[in-house]
Design a protein around this ligand. Structure first.
Ligand code: GLN
Ligand code: ZN
Length: 768
């Protein structure tokens, strides 16, 4: 019989209970046992919710106090030396030291590195490897949680991160070191875990190997064969090998050749792979169909899924098919029912994790021949899909005709870069090595409480506006005083660089409790793009105009770019992302023009998320970069050549996409670079980057205030790569997370470092 299963459930709790417990534990307000109780309560609720929904298989060990990769590091005893751990099992203090660093007395241990989990906004703790590393069985968590569920009367399928994925996601100081050489050392520990799970009564285990959707070297494919021979032989457990976030492509034959008992595939991201899988699947292998979107918030359209599931059942028989979400539900908000005050139209199109469980069960029952029992649910699903296809809340004629009318010439500035530069030099009269900041100033307690008071109705619009005007005026005065060349208004009115714009655009909805884990206790609440995007009124003009009215120096208009607004939202799935992005680009284009009409001469369009939108497979990069760059250009090209367009990106690995960065045709780009000591500028040097660039000289991610000589040195290094006419001087990123006590001295020193370097340049080239 076709059954419904789940691969993982959100672990933050419906009201972010985990966040609260963690933060109280870290700040010493509660004991370890209280934290563990809170965690156990979340697990208990999750198991209860999932079994009550009627799933046949429910996961365990999908919970984590911080991160599942860190849990695997603990399981394998792969604790880096600096944490001074020795013992049987990894204790909480060591675990959190790895996650967050540890300061106490003279001890100052940095955390392990954190990076994005595939193309999600979840971040994992990167394992550290070295040659000859030894491992030991050091965490009973997978077995404990299995037993805990069993005591509750729930038979679970425990989840482990697979050995090959674990190794390939790690890093080593020695770049030549191949982590796969450690495979034979970790397999015995996996074997022990499997044996203990079997002894505890498990029947199946889910082993996640998402690296199978990446471009793999032949050696990695061989590693899979070796690993799964060994794991299958290690115990009597049946292994479900799970892949997600994309299609298997050339790794399909590798996956199908493994001696496992079941394979899970992502049919939301990659529905087309089903045909090949059904053709090549070996006899007896169970297939888990990932048909419910674990990465997004939309209800499934059952009718659209029907044929696919039916074909699979036809070929393999119902006993070999399971219905599942595409990936763990970790990446979706917990429960739509918690939204007590939510647009009812939009609501009927949504399903969060809790609702997706019901979808899985309804689908499986429909295919198990139980259609009468679920007739009402099927009917409701059809109605929702129908209203979504037709609703005028979603489809706007005006937007459709505007996007259809986009022409190639709208993607081009009215003059080539060299000519624009001449106009802008004349228009702006900036010194060599102009100094500026990235946009935001500290979001102090004052700023947050003024906003909160206004939102709660405790202060009037007039009072709040007056507060913002004062904040802007103070910041402008300070910027003038310390001698910055290009000023900003400070972004005091913005909560978040995406939410601020989303709230002013049509087509977006917002939840109150739609939190998704980003890392550890940190959660984000992405806006939901449900319909055609358009701009009603100017979004930033008032505050920018006000700031400019206070000074003769240029104030930069500050916008978030279309790709970043798209990437950091839940995006509608009823049209290509590129279409949605183009709609946002047109709205930003209007804003850019309005800023020009207001008299703003410099406009920065932040594309912090452009790089993270890169597809997982190289072969798909160009297609993405083509539309992403086109959208940026559509947003930025509607102004006259005198207007200087800036963009900002919070990273500096540009080697592999430098052609796309150049193709954005921004006049100035600011990037991160101080932490890498400017090394990462090589990409620009090798490419002969034509335009102007501000490699950050002040690392704003740390509370440390850099010294002036340090910034001067960084500028000297940058001048090895760029000509002085190309170079700007700025911090790495916005200053909103810093305090004024850090920002004031740092930016003052930055301005005087720039002056020192200018003086040196002038001395080296005495004017005639
Ligand atoms: N302009 C934004 C700020 O200064 C940019 C933030 C970002 O790139 N993440 O905060
Ligand atoms: Zn940034």
């Amino acid at each position: 019989m076709v059954v419904a299963t789940n691969l993982g459930y959100p672990r933050i709790g419906p009201r972010r209970e985990l966040k609260r417990a963690l933060e109280r534990y870290w700040s010493g307000k509660i004991a370890a046992s209280d934290l563990l109780d809170a965690a156990a309560a979340i697990r208990r609720d999750n198991w209860a919710t999932q079994s009550a929904a009627g799933l046949s298989s429910v996961p365990s060990n999908d919970f984590s106090l911080y991160d599942q990769i860190l849990d695997t590091t603990a399981m394998l005893g792969a604790v880096p030396k600096r944490y001074g751990w020795s013992g049987e099992t990894v204790d909480l203090t060591t675990y959190f030291a790895m996650a967050r660093g540890h300061q106490e007395g003279d001890v100052d241990l940095p955390a392990m590195e954190m990076t994005k989990w595939f193309d999600t906004n979840y971040h994992y703790i990167v394992p550290e490897f070295h040659a000859g590393q030894s491992f030991q069985f050091a965490s009973t968590k997978p077995v404990d949680e299995f037993s805990e569920a069993r005591e509750q009367g729930v038979a679970t399928r425990p989840v482990l991160v697979g050995p090959v994925t674990y190794l390939l996601l790690g890093k080593s100081d020695d770049e030549a070191f191949d982590p796969l050489t450690l495979l034979d050392s970790i397999l015995p520990i996996y074997a022990e875990v499997l044996q203990r799970l079997e002894a505890a009564g498990a029947e199946w285990v889910q082993i996640d190997e998402p690296v199978l959707v990446l471009d793999l070297e032949p050696a990695a494919r061989d590693a899979f064969a070796r690993a799964y021979e060994s794991l299958t032989a290690a115990s009597g457990l049946k292994i479900l090998l799970t892949t997600y976030f994309g299609d298997l492509r050339e790794n399909l034959s590798t996956a199908l050749a493994l001696p496992v008992h079941g394979l899970h595939v992502d049919l939301v991201r990659a529905p087309d792979q089903l045909d090949d899988i059904l053709t090549d699947i070996p006899d007896g292998l169970l297939l888990s169909l990932g048909v419910i979107d674990g990465r997004n918030v939309w209800k499934a359209d059952f009718r659209a899924l029907n044929d696919r599931i039916a074909t699979a059942i036809d070929r393999l028989g119902p006993d070999r098919i399971q219905i599942a979400p595409s990936c763990s539900l970790l990446h979706t908000p917990v429960d739509l029912d918690l939204e007590t005050d939510f647009d009812p139209d939009v609501r009927q199109w949504l399903a969060f994790a809790r609702q997706k469980l019901d979808e899985l069960v309804v689908l499986s029952r429909a295919f198990a021949g139980d259609t009468d029992a679920v007739a009402a649910e099927l009917q409701a699903n059809r109605a929702a899909a129908g209203s979504r296809a037709e609703s005028d809340r979603i489809h706007s004629r005006t937007v459709a005709s505007r996007t259809a009318a986009v022409t190639e010439s709208m993607l081009h500035r009215a003059a080539e870069y060299e000519d624009r530069r001449a106009f802008q030099n004349e228009h702006l009269e900036l010194p060599l090595l102009p100094t500026t900041t990235i946009g935001s100033f500290p979001q102090t307690g004052d700023v947050r409480s003024a906003r909160a008071a206004f939102k709660r109705g405790k202060s009037t619009r007039e009072e709040y506006d007056a507060f913002l005007r004062t904040a802007i005026e103070d910041s402008i005065r300070w910027q003038e005083e310390i001698g910055l060349d290009v000023l900003v208004h400070g972004e005091f009115e913005r909560t978040d660089m995406v939410e601020y714009f989303a709230q002013k655009l049509n087509g977006f909805a917002f939840t109150k409790r739609g939190w998704v884990q980003s890392y550890g206790s940190r959660c984000v609440r992405p806006p939901i793009i449900y319909g055609d995007v358009s701009r009603e009124d100017p979004m930033t003009v008032e505050w920018t105009r006000y700031a400019q009215s206070l000074t003769d120096r240029p104030v930069k208009g500050m916008l978030t770019g279309p790709v970043t607004i798209l990437q950091w939202s839940f995006v509608r799935d009823d049209q290509p992302e590129s279409d949605t992005c183009r709609q946002i680009a047109l709205a930003i284009r209007d804003e850019v023009r309005d800023l020009e009409w207001t008299g703003i001469k410099i406009i920065q369009i932040d594309e912090a998320a452009l790089r993270e939108g890169l597809p997982l497979r190289r072969a798909d990069w160009d297609k993405y970069l083509d539309w992403a760059v086109a959208c940026f250009r559509l947003s930025s090209s509607g102004v006259s050549p005198e207007i200087q367009v800036h963009t900002h990106m919070c990273y500096s690995e540009f080697n592999d996409i430098i052609h796309a960065i150049t193709a954005m045709d921004a006049d100035v780009i600011s990037i991160e670079s101080s932490r890498s000591k400017m090394e990462l500028l090589d990409a620009f040097a090798a490419y002969d980057y034509p335009a102007e660039i501000g490699p950050g000289v002040y690392d704003i991610h740390s509370p440390r205030v850099p010294g002036e000589p340090e910034m001067e040195d960084l500028l000297d290094l940058a001048l090895d790569v760029f000509s002085s006419r190309q170079l700007w001087v700025n911090p790495d990123c916005g200053l909103k997370t810093r305090t004024w006590d850090e920002v004031r001295p740092a930016v003052e020193r930055m301005v005087s470092a720039a002056q020192k370097v200018r003086d040196k340049l002038a001395a080296a080239q005495p004017s005639a």
